[in-house]
Design a protein around this ligand. Structure first.
Ligand code: ADP
Ligand code: MG
Length: 246
């Protein structure tokens, strides 16, 4: 395990829920700075795959490596890996009783045991990165969905992750709010963050992704650059899927 070109390696991950085989052997290598978008019909294992990466779901078999360290079977070290793997969900999961800045700094204080002044500075820096510094003292209920999602991105960034996972981050948002979140994600990608993004936003996937993976029935059925997938998809289903969302 000495190849350091890949920040994340996924080797033959399988996961079943009862008789439902959701991931049937998924492998993928991710280089530092890549943005990989996962597309495909619902129920094909996209969320399960992201959840396996930070062990929110434990795969039945297969291995996952972050910077050549095995994440699967990490035991108590899983908390270390979870700090290195930021995750953003469709429904934000902010603490309602905490202001935006408190939401961002809470893990810095409790998990990283950072000095309060330093944590506040770091939290404000990250809020600024997502254009939310002016809203630091507002509660989630006072924020639009797009603003709340940007705060949850800032919260993930505050842990200085090696990689960010986004699971349909804009699916709960109307188009205008979707745009402001995608802008933030695009900026992260341009700045060199490594990102895995499950999305139906083909415009984003085509303009930002280094690679698009089309998932179906628990497999990555097809993968390639946006141009390859858009102009020359091998599978009829992939072509139809892209067509539907463009
Ligand atoms: P996608 O994100 O592509 O829509 P998911 O990974 O969420 O797909 O789900 C794939 C399949 O796994 C679905 O059939 C879903 O019902 C099932 N599934 C996901 N999580 C669980 C779970 N915790 N328990 C049982 N079944 C699950
Ligand atoms: Mg999903």
């Amino acid at each position: 395990m000495t190849d350091t070109t890949y920040i994340l390696r996924i080797e033959n991950i399988k996961k079943a829920f009862g008789k439902n085989e959701v991931l049937k052997g998924v492998s993928l290598d991710v280089k530092k700075g890549e943005t990989i978008c996962f597309i495909g019909p619902s129920g094909t294992g996209k969320s399960t795959l992201l959840r396996c990466i930070n062990q929110l779901t434990i795969p039945d078999s297969g291995k996952i490596f972050l910077n050549d360290e095995e994440v699967t079977h990490a035991g108590p070290r899983i908390n270390y890996f979870r700090q290195k793997i930021g995750m953003v969900f469709q429904n934000f999961f902010l603490f309602d009783h905490l202001t935006a800045v408190r939401n961002v700094e809470i893990a810095l204080l409790k998990v990283k045991k950072m000095d309060p002044k330093e944590a506040r500075e770091k939290a404000m820096f990250e809020l600024k990165q997502v254009g939310m510094a002016d809203w630091a003292d507002h509660y989630p209920a006072e924020l639009s969905g797009g603003q709340a999602q940007r705060v949850s991105i800032a919260r993930a960034l505050a842990m200085d992750p090696d990689i960010m996972l986004f699971d349909e981050p804009t699916s709960a948002l109307d188009p205008e709010l979707t745009r402001e979140v995608l802008e933030v994600m695009k900026k992260l990608a341009v700045e060199g963050m490594t990102m895995l993004v499950v999305t139906h936003e083909m415009g984003f996937a085509c303009s930002v992704a280094s690679k698009i993976c089309f998932m179906e029935h628990g497999h990555i059925k097809e993968q390639g650059t946006p141009a390859e997938l858009l102009n020359n998809p091998k599978f009829e289903r992939c072509k139809a899927f892209i067509g539907e969302f463009r």
